[in-house]
Ligand binder design. Structure first.
Ligand SMILES: *Cc1c(COP(=O)(O)O)cnc(C)c1O
Length: 366
């Protein structure tokens, strides 16, 4: 009898569905033999990396035979100054995904409970199950987090609550008042991870900055990333801001060199590229309006979004629409895995890419 290594995996891992990334451009090229493909599937920046980041990377290439600075000294110092926190409150990661996983690994025991929202980011159940802890998905309200219901769902077994603000794939957001009300209700020993991967895009005045809540709530961990508006998805660099104690625990469980040397210098350079960031934010705001208007013209319902993506309702099962869009050379993201089988998520691209998407969609829906 061959050994069943799947059955030997830890109990959570046996139930785990791997994360499904957006289809890479190269894969669609191989499969359909077409070129001129528009990828609007992974909430990447359509601008390319900041020129300052590219210059910093070039300057660092000669040192690739050296290990990175495992303490991330310079990037943490720059982030600390920018964010008004101590460098020792910052933890760096191989993308912010790394930090979500480190929090789970450091604190979860088998059968602990982890609370998050229905339709929330897929990585939360993934890191929970990987530790054989129990995911508790709280039904959403109008596709957004129902914070009062999430507070109700906290039990004596709850160790972590994940909140995405704004959430991916829905683009919904939580106001400062609602967040504060929620934080006041969470027991002091329950960790709240506030995932702000799209923080830089949000322009709503009632949108809260999680970092300003850290002093009042030592159980809070805020995560951010250079993958989205900073345009550095391929390098994998993100960070968490927390109390010193929490940072100290994360530092124990991380890999010694979990942030590579190119990522460290590129992130530091991109952090100060104000022109690039302002342009990226404006371009996204214009693109969001363009795509929303196009969807309205096609009489499709969409969820109002403050991120760099919009989820829209195809009015029928979305998978065939997704596949037909692929044949038109447009890659978007099916989100059936998020409990939204009739929706697709499209990332905001350059104006001409948004136009390509809207034309292809009109064509496909006939
Ligand atoms: C993209 C994303 C992340 C993290 O991406 P990294 O590339 O790992 O930094 C985290 N949370 C949400 C909600 C995201 O959409």
């Amino acid at each position: 009898m061959p050994v069943d290594f799947i059955a030997l995996a830890n109990t959570g891992v046996q139930k785990l569905q791997p994360y499904q990334p957006g289809k890479p451009i190269e894969e669609l090229e191989r499969e359909l033999g077409i070129t001129d493909i528009v990828k609007l599937a992974s909430n990447e920046s359509p601008l390319g990396p900041s020129p300052r980041a590219l210059a910093a990377i070039r300057g660092q290439l000669e040192n690739l035979h050296r290990y990175p600075d495992g303490s991330g000294y310079r990037l943490k110092a720059a982030l600390g100054e920018r964010l008004g926190v101590r460098a020792s409150q910052i933890s760096l990661g191989n993308g912010s995904n790394d930090l979500l996983e480190l929090v789970a690994r450091a604190w979860l025991r088998p059968d602990d409970e982890v609370v998050f929202s229905e339709h929330a980011f897929a990585v939360y159940p993934l890191v929970t199950l990987a530790c054989s802890a129990r995911p508790v998905a709280v039904p959403a309200r109008d596709y957004g987090h129902d914070l009062p219901a999430m507070a109700e769902a906290i039990t004596e077994r709850t160790r972590i609550v994940f909140i995405a603000n704004p959430n991916n794939p829905t683009g919904t957001w939580i106001s400062a008042a609602d967040l504060d009300h929620f934080l006041a209700r969470v027991p002091k020993q329950v960790l709240v991870v506030l995932d702000e991967a799209y923080f830089e895009y949000v322009e709503e005045s009632a949108y809260p900055d999680g970092i300003s809540r850290l002093t009042a709530h030592p159980n809070l961990i805020v995560t951010r990333t250079f993958s989205k508006m900073y345009g550095l998805s391929g390098l994998r660099v993100g960070y968490a801001i927390s109390s010193l104690d929490i940072a100290e625990v994360l530092n124990r469980v991380r890999q010694p060199f979990n942030c590579n040397s190119l990522a460290l210098v590129a992130a530091e350079a991109a952090l100060d590229d104000h022109d690039y960031l302002e342009y990226a934010r404006d371009l996204n705001a214009t693109g969001l309006a363009q795509v929303a208007e196009g969807l309205e013209q096609l009489q499709l319902d969409y969820i109002p979004s403050v991120g760099n993506f919009i989820a829209f309702d195809c009015g029928r099962e979305s998978m065939p629409v997704y596949e037909a869009l692929l044949r038109e050379g447009v890659i978007v993201r099916p989100i059936g895995g998020y409990g939204m089988p009739n929706h697709l998520r499209v990332s905001i691209g350059l104006p001409e890419e948004n136009e390509r998407f809207l034309e292809a969609l009109a064509q496909v829906l006939g």
